[in-house]
Design a protein around this ligand. Sequence first.
Ligand code: ARG
Length: 563
Amino acid sequence: MDYRAQVTNSIMNALNDELSSAVIYEKLERPKDLSMGDLAFPTFVLAKSMHMAPNKIAEDLVNKIDATNYEKVEVKGAYINFFLNKPNFGRDVLTTIIAEGAAYGQNDNGKGGNVPIDMSSPNIAKPMSMGHLRSTVIGNSIAKILTKNGYNPIKDNHLGDWGTQFGKLIVGYKKWGSEEEVRENPIDNLVKYYVRFHKEDQENPELDDEARDWFRKLEDGDEEATYLWKWFREESLKEFNSVYKKLGVGFDTYNGEAFYNDKMDKGINILKEKDLLHESQGASVVDLEKYGLNPALILKSDGATLYITRDIATALYRDKTYNPALNLYVVGSEQTYYFEQLKAVLKEMGVKSAENLHHIPFGLITVNGKKLSTRSGRIILLDEVLDAAIELAGKQINEKNPDLANKDEIARQVGVGAIIFGDLKNERTNNIDFVLEDQLRFEGETGPYVQYSHARAESILRKANNTNYNNSDMLINDANAWETLRILHDFPKVIQSACKDFEPSEIAKYSIRLAKAFNKYYAHSKILVEDQELPARLALVKSVSIVLKEALSLLGVEAPDEM
Ligand code: ARG
């Protein structure tokens, strides 16, 4: 029922192999104005090979196109406009969606290939920042979109649980901390020690030596150091997990940086064998001049390993464990240069996954105009943002629908959904400022708006109490219904494109488009009237409900039936 494919075929049959069907398919446009038809083929692409003006090509070509399956096929300038047969199209789209349900739009392009997604990856003993929120929700959505495209995603939380900062933390804890404090409020207090360490080491540089010693002990497996590290890690994870639970996000592995601590030799050996390590002021670096990049520092002069040393081990491990079809890293744009270096080093090493490594960057997020940062102490905790959203959603529900059953759970779904949607509707690389009240509005381009549209569809279906969608002629002669149908038909294509671009915002924007079209239809027509077309109208409502719910689900947003 892919009408783009049908139009592509019609054009292919009229041509003499000047273009491949993939190119034609890609070039087909959807005119904004219904008077220009439903799908349009721009003939500019043929001008060069046919040595003709596009307008002339269009006029010639239209005569060769078999128009029997269409309402009409017309030329307008350089475009060939296809008007689809509305009754067939409507019946086809609706029966397909109702038959396939949530599986509508599923494809097998990924052929089951494994795709590790490095995502969330907060740092132990620090609060999870809004940046980590972005990585979590973008990664989670990309995982769902990959599944819908036939891949097998592996959600890997690459925790920042190793590094010299743990030496500082241990020193800070031993000097100024207490067990009770950490048990009571782990991240807050661990941050407090860390911030104090950075203040005091300005005056007492010997603190840095102590910290270095403790990290060395940790690397050597010293009992006390290991005990403290494990404990800090556990306490931090408890807090992170409560955020993940609220967001409804789970992981397949939590192999953080520490996991790779004893797996770095392999990478270093390859670098040595291939003679890629060069000495520079005592440290070992890989030259990346031919990539136009600065040298990558792999080992410090005292032999200590770095973030990148662990990332090299990670890439080798993932290659061996998963034989990945794609290798994704959902990490903020501030690490773009770093990932270029990592990719270049892996390429030099001949690591297979260097070829399909994609850094998926995203922009900064501020809340009510304020930036988040650990060291400055101006910390806006993610957990608090989520709780505030849930509370605000609860208030709104109380005003609009005070008798709603299950109010608390629905407030959670709406509040959390608003945060996730508010993030994902933006192109990943944009910076966003988050104003909570704006994200929670039931009107405008928000999560609650899309959720509300879905709940409205469900409410119509409940009132109709009639599941006889199919056995009527689904002729729908209504411009708003037609627009809704066309958008429904686009869903499979949007799913493919969002996957190709690793861009959940395409799904979010699509869901807004569909919700708007549906609401316009709802505002202009009486749906629950007993006439011949009732089953067709209900089929449309049912299809909208299915697709809105599935689109939200691909974003990791729930869709309550009532709100
Ligand atoms: N923990 C890091 C941070 O918060 C992100 C880790 C990203 N993943 C990776 N494989 N480098 O900045």
